[in-house]
Design a protein around this ligand. Structure first.
Ligand SMILES: NC(=O)c1ccc[n+]([C@@H]2O[C@H](COP(=O)([O-])OP(=O)(O)OC[C@H]3O[C@@H](n4cnc5c(N)ncnc54)[C@H](OP(=O)(O)O)[C@@H]3O)[C@@H](O)[C@H]2O)c1
Length: 376
């Protein structure tokens, strides 16, 4: 049965809601859901807002409560039928008594294999897939998910805070926060929804960070502390660092190259760190191999919080998927100020890496700029 104009408008709303999850949900697809009662009124709408967080359908059902009985669910992507990090949505829609489901595009994951649509139909729910422009728009929204499915590495989200004059530190090793309180709070929220948080060993030597999620209300339901990952080819990571001394708070993975000092390796292991030897050239950890190893250990989303060299190396290797940069209204100046991305750069501005689907918003007194890299 062809969709009505009304159906298309509701699906467009579901797509608009889905876009609110961009930069937060990947490598999952952004998904939005609108639940409409038989009398035409919207009884619940929601979107998938974070990796590992509740799916759009579950949020909409929670808002609708008993009003979901007999309703139509408009979803940008076919509801899942297989339990992942969260319970299957198809079963929840059936249980709530939803009568009809209209979706923008199928779920392409081999794991899912159309299980959601099958489960809905088997339960007597009327299911329809969109066609035409709204279907194309749903496919476009899914495109990064499609690409991520065929890669054997985590989604790599770079995050930094910089002064208005583009510095992430006054000089290497200089202390002090650059982003404001709200930016830092949001960063803790991102940590809560990452499987791991990574830094280069230079950042540990300079700042001695903990890299845990420290939200006032604690970790969100179902989330645990992200693992902390240090790229450290020659094991310069100090045993007295807060990371190494805090392995009871969250796991610490140290990615090192072959030939790193055996005694240092043992000392880190004794403190509870996992030291992983990664193939590499010239005594340096190979980033592609390192990401593959993290993926094998179940890291789907990796938040990279510096420093400048690690950012540069990931960008140069085409291994970064998104950038979230806080721009603070502060000026640092100085010849030693550290730019956000170091290493071999681009010689001609006309060849600069240009971010895609850029979004800006205010976070406290800072500006947050987010965008996807072409590799995503
Ligand atoms: N404002 C912010 O948002 C922010 C955030 C984080 C850091 N920072 C600042 O950034 C500064 C530290 O940055 P940084 O650039 O000096 O250090 P970094 O990027 O944190 O660490 C770089 C080190 O990572 C190791 N590494 C291992 N494998 C690598 C690979 N394949 N490619 C590149 N590096 C690899 C290298 O040491 P080995 O060769 O020994 O392995 C390299 O020297 C500090 O001053 C810190 O305050 C600012």
């Amino acid at each position: 049965m062809a969709l009505t104009e009304h159906d298309v408008r509701r699906l467009e709303r579901a797509l608009a809601l889905a876009r609110k999850g961009c930069y937060q949900v990947e490598p999952n697809p952004p998904v939005g859901c609108v639940l409409e009662h038989e009398d035409g009124g919207v009884v619940g709408e929601s979107w998938h807002g974070a990796w590992g967080g509740p799916h759009a359908e579950i949020g909409a059902l929670a808002l609708a409560g008993p009003a979901a009985r007999g309703a139509t669910a408009y979803v940008s992507l076919a509801p899942c039928g297989v339990r992942g990090k969260t319970p299957a949505c198809a079963a929840a829609l059936v249980k709530a008594g939803v009568r009809r489901v209209v979706y923008g595009a199928a779920d392409p994951s081999p794991r899912e294999g159309g299980a959601g649509v099958e489960a809905l139909r088997a339960a007597g729910v009327q299911v329809e897939e969109a066609r035409g422009a709204v279907h194309e728009a749903a496919l476009a929204l899914r495109a990064r998910f499609d690409r991520a499915l065929t890669r054997r590495r985590p989604w790599v989200a770079l995050k930094w805070a910089m002064s208005l004059d583009g510095a992430i530190a006054a000089r290497v090793g200089a202390g002090g926060q650059i982003g404001g309180v709200r930016a830092r709070r949001l960063t803790h929220d991102w940590r809560a929804h990452a499987d791991a948080v990574a830094v280069g060993v230079g950042t540990v030597l300079a700042d001695d960070p903990r890299l845990t999620c420290r939200l006032e209300d604690g970790l969100p339901d179902g989330r645990s502390q992200p693992a902390r990952v240090v790229f450290d080819s020659t094991l310069r990571l100090p045993v007295r660092s807060r990371l190494v001394q805090g392995t009871d708070e969250a796991a610490v993975l140290v990615l090192t190259a072959a030939g790193a000092d055996r005694l240092r390796r043992e000392a880190l292991r004794e403190q509870g760190c996992t030291v992983m030897e990664v193939p590499g050239e010239g005594g340096r950890v190979d980033l592609g191999a390192a990401l593959e190893m993290l993926h094998e250990r179940g890291v789907g989303r990796l938040l990279v919080e510096g420093g400048a060299r690690l950012h540069g190396a990931l960008l140069r290797a085409g291994l970064a998927d998104q950038v979230s940069a806080f721009v603070a209204p502060r000026l640092l100046g100085g010849d030693e100020a550290l730019g956000a991305v170091r290493g071999t750069g681009i010689e001609d501005a006309r060849r600069a890496l240009v971010l895609d689907e850029v979004a800006w918003r205010r976070v406290g007194d800072d500006l947050l700029l987010q965008g996807y890299l072409p590799s995503a």
